[in-house]
Ligand binder design. Structure first.
Ligand code: PEP
Ligand code: MN
Length: 347
């Protein structure tokens, strides 16, 4: 249930509604929009009398929310959520282009790649220091050493850093070094991890589980939001289907579905969806055209020798060509690329 306050409701009206909701055993979540305040009624209390709440001063409407996710829903927060990231914002009119290697492999590699993606017009740098690999014998990432190199790359280039966190115990160290905590597909329903990132105020990039429904993704986001962290970006990274031509199947439908259902920014990950670099450009363009708020792309200086995901990694020159295509597409869909590099440098 959400309580929509009228535009001229006073602070006292709002606190009286909050007190009434709490008195019957619910928690409240406030959404203070440009024009009005919306009060989310959260939790499991005694049965709510909609009509009685509707009679309180300043209340315009009491709306039942039929979805199991509440704080993530558009009803609760009609405006797009904007997520601040080192001087730019993700969401709204902005397109974010997050790029970098699957894994941080060495100090030289991440710094060289950071400069290359920045030069091409990237908004942020990605790189995994803790890698969730299918095989225990594959490269597992450099751990904290990798985080230090990422932080150094950020210091040198000014690009904010996105990195994956795999367990609650390393949330703090990831927060110390990185700007965005990525929750990987394999951990989308790791509730202890969702709880832990929900208690930080760090932006979170939450990837859709490889066999999860859109509603399950939104419920995972709800865990983070309900623990107090409102800075959540949703990420469509492809789902498992019977198709074998590509690594996963990019669910283009998820983009308009999520944009309508939720106020949270939606980032597309074409690299993990298709698994082959030659399809990354088309799917990136399709995702932006469908309303995504940005893309996260794997870029490697030498994909043939990458420790992980080389097959789907773009070389910097192909990445630069894609950024320029996205930049041309952006105004057609009412967007602009959020960039740290002066536009003049990459036309
Ligand atoms: C990654 O971003 O490198 C990654 C492991 O992604 P996913 O969790 O989507 O498989
Ligand atoms: Mn990867």
């Amino acid at each position: 249930m959400i309580v929509v306050m009228s535009t001229n409701a006073t602070a006292r009206d709002i606190s009286e509604v909050i007190a009434r909701i709490r008195s019957i055993g619910y928690e409240v979540h406030l959404s203070e929009g440009k024009e009005r305040t919306i009060i989310g009624v959260i939790g499991r209390g005694r049965p709510l009398d909609r009509d009685q709440l509707g009679l309180l001063p300043g209340v315009q409407d009491v709306v039942p929310v039929s979805h199991p996710y509440k704080i993530a829903s558009r009803e609760y927060h009609p405006d797009d959520t904007l997520i601040p990231l080192n001087g730019i914002e993700v969401g709204g009119p902005n397109l974010a282009i997050i790029a970098g290697p699957c894994a941080v492999e060495s100090r030289e590699q991440i710094i060289e790649t950071a400069y290359a993606v920045k030069e091409a017009g990237a908004t942020a740098l990605r790189g995994g220091a803790f890698k969730p690999r299918t095989s225990p014998y594959s490269f597992q990432g450099l751990g904290e050493e990798g985080l230090r190199y990422l932080a150094e790359a950020r210091e040198q280039t000014g690009l904010p850093v996105v990195t994956e966190v795999m367990e609650p115990a390393t949330v703090q160290v990831c927060c110390d070094y990185a700007d965005v905590l990525q929750i990987g597909a394999r951990n989308m329903q790791n509730y202890a991890l969702l709880h832990a990132v929900g208690e930080s105020q760090h932006p979170v990039l939450l990837k859709r589980g490889m066999s999860s429904t859109i509603e399950e993704l939104l419920m995972a986001a709800e865990y983070i939001l309900s623990h107090g962290n409102m800075r959540v970006m949703l990420c469509e990274r492809g789902i498992r289907t019977f198709e074998t031509a590509t690594r996963n199947t990019f669910d283009l439908n998820a983009i308009p579905v999520l944009k309508l259902a939720s106020h949270l920014p939606v980032i597309a990950d074409p690299s993990h969806a298709v698994g082959k670099w030659e399809y990354v450009e088309s799917v990136s363009m399709g995702a932006i055209a469908a309303g995504a708020d940005g893309v996260i792309l794997e870029v490697h200086m030498d994909p043939d020798h990458a420790e992980s995901d080389g097959r789907q990694s773009l070389k910097p020159e192909r990445f630069a060509a894609l950024v320029s295509k996205i930049t041309q597409l952006a105004p057609i869909v009412g967007r602009k690329v959020a960039t740290h590099t002066p536009a003049a440098q990459h036309g």
